[in-house]
Design a protein around this ligand. Structure first.
Ligand code: KG4
Ligand code: ZN
Length: 348
């Protein structure tokens, strides 16, 4: 089974081809994984950078300009023709509606002309299932989904079977990284720049709050932390390069402590909604952060769970995760009509 996946919900235009692999021998015997045959991605970051964030109208137009070429390139990289795929999947939301419509309409047109099944994928579900593409893990598992738009702790019990255990009551974690970067004069998107600066900084210089630490419900609140950082930055302004690095390191340490504490609480709540998890999974763009990964690895070791973090190119938005979610759904006969709507909001 082989699926073409298209992703256009935010500022990345992506198309990928993924096929299904059944492991018959070795340590993963019996497991089902995916093989990424092509994973083409074009980032629009340069077109949005001047505005300090994604401009929806610019995003939609940029998707239109490249989507056909990108799909053709993905098929060529995989060495196949459209007739060789078993299904065509696109992210139908949640996301910026103009962009979603571009990818969704392209996928529907390709499905129509090729007569192949069409699968409308929830972008969050695609992040949630990526660990099965890469590591073939079984259900259920605990997912920490941390991106620019989402921060959720989810019990993944099966395809289409998700229980939200916790979430953020204000900013998403990636959003907090992006806002802190902007505040400190670092480029957009902020996450990787904050991490880079933090590498040269002292995480102990500023004592920033660890919001919600020890609270009984595994929720997040990040706006207070961001404000505390702003107050510190204003107190010592003008900022030297060393100040910026120390602020980034202190912020990253505070976020990591919070994430580890909230995830530990979610693991405790997990037993109320599912059997023992097979793994702790971190996905979404923020899962690329190495300090965060180390914190989660310590937690996983502490509770005797395997930590699964997809490789960097599959952590952020990409087409392979959409193709894989398409495979998971197609295997269960979950296909969609060409009238499937584009959705700006679409909770899991
Ligand atoms: O999943 P993603 O590519 O897009 C969605 O938001 O759906 O995530 C992008 C977010 C941005 O906020 C970006 O700043 C953040 O993930 N991010 C990071 C890192 N790399 C990306 N945050 C912290 N550390 C990183 N290394
Ligand atoms: Zn995403």
């Amino acid at each position: 089974m082989r699926v073409l996946g298209i992703e256009t919900t935010c500022d990345e235009t992506a198309a990928a081809v993924v096929s299904l692999a059944e492991d018959r021998t070795g340590p993963l015997a019996g497991a089902t994984r995916g093989v990424v045959e092509a994973n083409e991605i074009l980032s629009q970051i340069a077109q949005h950078a001047a505005y300090g964030g994604v401009v929806p109208e610019i995003a939609a137009r940029a998707h239109v300009e490249v989507i056909d070429r990108l799909v053709a390139r993905a098929l060529a990289k995989a060495g196949i023709a459209l007739a060789d795929v078993d299904g065509i999947a696109a992210a139908a939301g949640p996301g910026l509606i103009g962009g979603v419509i571009v990818g969704l309409t392209s996928a529907k047109a390709l499905a129509l002309v090729s007569g192949k099944p069409f699968i409308a994928v929830n972008h969050l579900e695609a992040h949630a299932l990526t660990a099965r593409l890469t590591d073939g893990i079984a259900f259920p598992y605990l997912l920490l989904l941390a991106s620019g738009g989402h921060t959720q702790l989810i019990a993944v019990r099966g395809v289409g079977d998700y229980v939200k255990i916790g979430g953020t009551i204000d900013d998403a974690i990636g959003e907090a990284f992006d806002k802190v970067a902007k505040l400190l004069g670092l480029p957009y998107p902020g996450g990787p720049h904050v991490e880079e600066a933090a590498r040269r900084g002292d995480p102990q210089r500023f004592h920033l709050p660890r919001p919600m630490l020890g609270r009984p419900r595994p929720d997040f609140s990040l706006s207070g932390l961001k404000t505390a950082l702003r107050v510190e930055a204003e107190r010592i302004a003008p900022l030297s390069e060393e100040d910026v690095c120390d602020l980034c390191a202190s912020f990253q340490a505070a976020v990591t402590d919070t994430v580890v504490d909230r995830t530990r609480t979610a693991l405790r709540d997990f037993q109320n909604v599912a059997a023992r998890p097979t793994a702790l999974v971190a996905a979404g763009g923020v899962a690329a952060n190495q300090t965060m990964r180390r914190g989660l690895q310590r937690l996983a070791t502490e509770v005797g769970l395997k930590l699964v973090t997809p490789p960097l190119e599959l952590c952020g938005d990409n087409g392979a995760m959409i193709a894989w979610a398409g495979i998971e759904r197609l295997r269960l006969g979950l296909i969609d009509g060409l009238d499937a709507p584009a959705r700006a909001r679409w909770p899991l």
